[in-house]
Every structure is written in C-alpha cells, then in structure tokens.
Design a protein around this ligand. Structure first.
Ligand code: C2E
Ligand code: MG
Ligand code: MG
Length: 263
C-alpha cells in the first residue's frame, strides 16, 4: 500500500504535493516500511511489478484528489536504480498518466544520486523525454552520495531534496549547517528548487526558512499517512491559515502554525 507525506512551501505552508511512500501490510509482522523489504524487492526484480503498481496507484490517487477538489498539488514517486534501467519504464509511466488522466505536470519522479551514477545515454534520453512531457525530476537524499554538480547539469533536474541526515543536526552542528547552506545556494544558482526532508522541529524549520529553502517535508508537518487520512490532513491544513498573498510569517509564527497541523 502507499502512504502519502505532504510537502509544503516554506513561506506560506501552501500544500505543494505529496510523496508516495510504499508500505507492506504484512499479515504477521504488521505494517512494514521499505527498509524491511526494498533490498529484497530489488534483488529479486520484484521491484519492477511493484514499482509499476506504485506509479499507477499514485497517479490514480492524485487525480482522484484533484477531481474531488481536495488539493491541486503534485504527487512524487520514488524510482529505484533497477527501475531506471528497465526498458519498460517509459511505457509504465506514460500509461500510468494516460490511464489515470493525471496531467504530467503533477507528477514528480524522485531519483537518488546513486541510481544516476551508472546512467547511460538511454537513461538521459528517457529523463529528457519525461521532462519534456512536463514531469518534474527531483534528486533525493542529496548530499549523501557524490553530490556531483555534473548530474545536476547533465540531467533535466528540477528539484534537489536535502537529505534528512543534514537537517537533523542543522541547528547544533556547524558542518551540517554549512553543507545545507551550500546546497541551497548551489541549487538556487542553478535555478533548481530545494526541498528539505525530515524536518521535525520548529528550530530546524526556522533555520531552513531563514536560508531560503523552498519547501519542507517532515514530521513537523505530518508523518506519512494512508490515503484515507489525507482529506482530514488537508482540511486541517487549510484552517491553519496559509495564504498565497500574505507576507511571509516569522519562523516562530510558522513553527506555531505548523505545529497546529501535527497529528
Ligand atoms: P525517501 O524517499 O528519502 O523518503 C523519506 C523517508 O523519510 C521516508 O521513509 C519518510 O517516512 C521518512 N521521513 C519523512 N519525514 C521524516 C521526519 O521528519 N523524521 C524522520 N525520522 N523520518 C522522516 P520511508 O517511508 O521509510 O522510506 C525510506 C526510503 O525508502 C525512501 O526514502 C525511499 O528511498 C524508499 N522508498 C519509499 N517508498 C518507495 C517507493 O515507492 N519506491 C521506491 N523505489 N523506493 C521507495
Ligand atoms: Mg523520496
Ligand atoms: Mg530522501
């Protein structure tokens, strides 16, 4: 099954999108997160049918939320290295979009630096084609791999997601703070947007807001939730008073508002 975690704008908490995160409802072991089964799915190749289902289910869900007038944001789907090498990936994505009716501008693909490392010309051509259709491309867990600037230049990347290992100690570790500031400056100078992952506290949020991060994702807003719980989250979010026209709130005010949204 898929759980969804909101991604919100740092300045006004506008709901920008949801990241789809896979879970396995195991009959004996309960709800399992990807660390319990992803490596096995990759090794066995089961990631291919599972991954195809994930793209399809996420597109169908996003279109249903749009049609219900719930929210107009995007859905982000993680792709593994093995999926990226699969010649069928193109048709998996294109048919998920056409069968669901979701506008490609509302689909974001998340890839890690690791999965781009042994890229081929075919991967580059595919990503360029997907980008040309309007699909966005995020580099996930940025900062944990080679953080190669050449990936950012070579691939049609739209967004960099700062890994939560940097965000965790951002207010106490001067190295993590410096790395985060450098990633933000570099991404912005390449006209890429920046999402910070794993934001848990108002202090972290204040730092990220002060340094111009575009969007945040983390427990400070919400944990990943089953689709059935998203309408309640969105309604609660709407009543916390975000506004597209209001001036940017102070970080204290923002942290206060965001904590109202916590479950
Ligand atoms: P990711 O794509 O970087 O996803 C973010 C992970 O951080 C998620 O873990 C999420 O639950 C967790 N997280 C979010 N906010 C916070 C926070 O404030 N604090 C803390 N401590 N954690 C937070 P999750 O769902 O266990 O997923 C782990 C990884 O598994 C994902 O990292 C992604 O690489 C992979 N994954 C998840 N779903 C899929 C999928 O559908 N397909 C593929 N290929 N990989 C997936
Ligand atoms: Mg991700
Ligand atoms: Mg990540």
């Amino acid at each position: 099954m898929l759980h969804y975690q909101p991604i919100v704008a740092t300045t006004d908490q506008r709901l920008l999108g949801m990241e789809a995160l896979v879970r396995w409802q195991h009959p004996e072991r309960g709800l399992l997160t990807p660390d319990a089964f992803m490596a096995c799915a990759e090794e066995t190749g089961l990631i291919l049918p599972i991954g195809a289902w994930i793209v399809q289910a996420a597109c169908v869900q996003a279109k249903a939320w749009h049609d219900a007038g719930l929210f107009e944001g995007s859905v982000a789907v993680n792709l593994s290295a093995r999926q990226l090498k699969d010649p069928a990936l193109r048709s998996v994505i294109i048919s998920a979009l056409s069968e669901s009716g979701l506008d490609p501008h509302f689909l974001t693909i998340e890839l890690t630096e690791h999965s781009l490392m042994d890229n081929t010309e075919a991967t580059l051509a595919l990503l360029q084609e997907l980008r040309a259709c309007g699909i966005s491309l995020s580099i996930d867990d940025f900062g944990t791999g080679y953080s190669s600037l050449s990936y950012l230049k070579r691939f049609p990347v739209t967004t960099v997601k700062i890994d939560r290992s940097f965000v965790r100690d951002i207010t106490t570790d001067s190295n993590d703070a410096a790395i985060t500031k450098a990633i933000i400056a570099m991404a912005h100078s390449l006209h890429l947007s920046v999402v910070a992952e794993g934001v848990e506290t108002g202090m972290q949020l204040g730092f990220l807001q002060a340094h111009g991060v575009d969007a945040i994702q983390g427990y400070v807003v919400s944990k990943p939730l089953p689709a059935a719980d998203i309408p309640q989250l969105v309604r609660r979010h709407a009543t916390t008073g975000h506004s597209e026209t209001a001036p940017a709130p102070t970080s204290e005010r923002l942290a206060e508002r965001v904590s109202v949204m916590q479950l």
